[in-house]
Design a protein around this ligand. Structure first.
Ligand code: C2E
Ligand code: MG
Ligand code: MG
Ligand code: MG
Length: 278
């Protein structure tokens, strides 16, 4: 168990940007201050309906606005936040920022859009997770149907996860499995799990038009998901070739740099307002 969790900890590390020991210590010390000083912010990446090109959702992605180092990406500090347990208050902070933003947009007359929020395995280990999450939405007055919760395969496939997932879905949240296909994807679990969507990982998408095996795996994933009535979103779509392949194979939703990088709320707003008139 400890070994497995150790592996999870390093799952996000890109060797090219793996912080050294000194940086790790600095991050550890900085995270708590960052929470107190509200240095965390959220960027939003558009999710597009493949058939129509319409904006149908956003993914919320945390950023740390460090007073000295500038904007720090999540791969640098989320694993450390998980290790220290600070991911619990940080995760709730993200959800709270997202709820406040969604309500602010609604008050400005912008039609509400679904926003996906990433949850860590540590958050799911809390028995009262569903209540905590629901409490945050209630405090902001946001309907859970506007929030999608993203969890990774390893988190989703733990046996004791089903009650929490069921409870969240009953309350109106949708559930997506992130980075699908990169970990232990047991088809048996996929059959039983109460989820709505799978997110095909960028590592497969990047093989489109380059690697026949990646293409075959994507086609198979789309077929299985379709038969199981699951929505599929492909992440990390960067090229027209990738987009065409995914469209041709009936992948419903697309997310990636081809449409937009994650951006601060004020840069996303014009896109939302555009959706109002089109
Ligand atoms: P993820 O949830 O799989 O998010 C997708 C990542 O892929 C994001 O990186 C996004 O910027 C990047 N991406 C999107 N489209 C493209 C593309 O076309 N090409 C390329 N090369 N990359 C693309 P980001 O924002 O650096 O986040 C990295 C990871 O950090 C996330 O992966 C997620 O696992 C974690 N993370 C982010 N925000 C949170 C959070 O609030 N809570 C938790 N627990 N984890 C988070
Ligand atoms: Mg995600
Ligand atoms: Mg992902
Ligand atoms: Mg990822």
């Amino acid at each position: 168990r400890a070994k497995e969790e150790g592996k999870n900890l390093f799952r996000f590390y890109d060797p090219a940007m793996n912080p050294n020991a000194e940086e790790t210590m600095e991050i550890k010390l900085g995270l708590r201050r960052a929470l107190e000083k509200n240095e965390f912010t959220v960027h939003y990446q558009p999710q597009i309906e493949a058939r129509t090109g319409k904006l149908i959702g956003l993914e919320a992605l945390i950023r740390w606005e460090h007073p000295v180092r500038g904007l720090i990406p999540p791969n640098h500090f989320i694993p450390i936040a998980e290790e220290t347990g600070l991911i619990l208050p940080i995760g709730e902070k993200v959800l709270s920022i997202v709820c406040a933003q969604s309500i602010a947009w609604q008050r400005a007359g912008i039609p509400p859009i679904r926003i996906a929020v990433n949850l860590s395995a540590r958050q799911f280990a809390q028995e009262d997770l569903a209540e905590r999450i629901n409490g945050i939405l209630e405090r902001h007055g946001l309907d859970p149907k506007y929030i999608e919760l993203e969890i990774t395969e390893n988190t989703a496939m733990k046996d004791d996860m089903q009650p929490a997932l069921n409870e969240l879905r009953e309350r109106g949240f949708t559930i997506a499995i992130d980075d699908f296909g990169t970990q232990y994807s047991s088809l048996n679990y996929l059959k039983r799990l109460p989820v709505d969507k799978i997110k095909i990982d960028r590592s497969f998408v990047s093989g489109i038009a380059r690697d026949r095996k990646d293409e075959a795996i994507i086609v198979a994933m789309l077929q299985i998901a379709n038969r199981l009535n699951l929505t599929v979103i492909a992440e990390g779509v960067e090229t027209n070739e990738q987009l065409a392949f995914l469209r041709d194979n009936n992948c419903q939703e697309i997310q990636g740099f081809i449409f937009s990088k994650p951006q601060p709320a004020e840069r996303i707003e014009p896109l939302l307002t555009k959706a109002l008139i089109s």
